[in-house]
Design a protein around this ligand. Structure first.
Ligand code: BG6
Ligand code: MG
Length: 217
């Protein structure tokens, strides 16, 4: 049976994509080009520096590493300012209820996020107490689709991969889960998340019964 749930943060538990977008767009404007919401789709689940590379390629710019470091820092300062105002009202539909259900059913929980800002977001939204382990972008050396973040989460929980289910909204995250040997539920659209074992619109559509059904497959 399933013993643990591993959650991505951005796009699964909270809607921070809009803040990442605001900050990247502001940076693009300073650099003199437009960055659309459609361009922003390519950044979901991608690490900060890899996101900057995608943004710069949209603007047709090639910059030195030290300049890139400075730009990434500038973007992050704006982002941190936006998320400092977040509260529990920004938890996505069904997320809190499902985390509570995990607790009531004795399932262990871990966060598996690429974001170095994950701890502040959990704190501001009041989600920290719902996690037995928190793996954020400061704790891994390889980004998704590398399975490191989920393997580390499972090992901290002391649960084998085959007893874990990952919740992800990004293709790279689903690949990471599969490479970790874990079952995976996609949150979003089957068009992009087809590699997941199941795809649902939100955590409101997930139950512990569904997890045990997955385990039997
Ligand atoms: C992921 C987001 O969770 O974290 C990406 O989906 C983001 O958009 C990445 O770039 C890194 O986040 P941060 O907060 O460390 O810049
Ligand atoms: Mg995500």
């Amino acid at each position: 049976p399933i013993q643990a749930c591993l959650f991505d943060l951005d796009g699964v538990l909270v809607d921070t994509a809009k803040y990442h977008y605001l900050a990247w767009k502001r940076l693009a404007e300073e650099l003199g080009f437009e960055f659309t919401e459609q361009d922003n789709e390519k950044l979901k689940g991608v690490s900060r520096m890899a996101s900057l590379d995608i943004l710069l390629s949209v603007g047709g710019l090639q910059l030195e590493d030290n300049v890139k470091q400075e730009l990434a820092e500038r973007k992050n300062n704006w982002y941190v300012e936006y998320i400092s105002r977040m509260d529990a009202s920004e938890i996505l539909p069904g997320a809190l209820e499902f985390l509570q259900q995990c607790r009531e059913n004795g399932l262990k929980t871990a966060l598996g996020s690429a974001s170095k800002n994950a701890p502040i977001i959990l704190q501001n939204t009041g989600l920290t107490p719902y996690f037995d382990a928190i793996i954020d972008g400061t704790r891994t050396s390889s980004a998704k689709p590398d399975p490191e973040v989920f393997l580390l989460g499972a090992s901290e929980l002391g649960v084998p991969s085959e007893a874990c289910v990952v919740f992800e909204d990004a293709e790279a995250g689903i690949e990471a889960a599969r490479r970790a040997g874990m079952r995976c539920i996609g949150i979003g659209s089957p068009d992009t998340l087809g590699e997941a074992n199941r795809v649902v619109a939100s955590l409101g559509d997930v139950s512990v019964a569904l997890l045990q059904q997955l385990a039997a497959e």
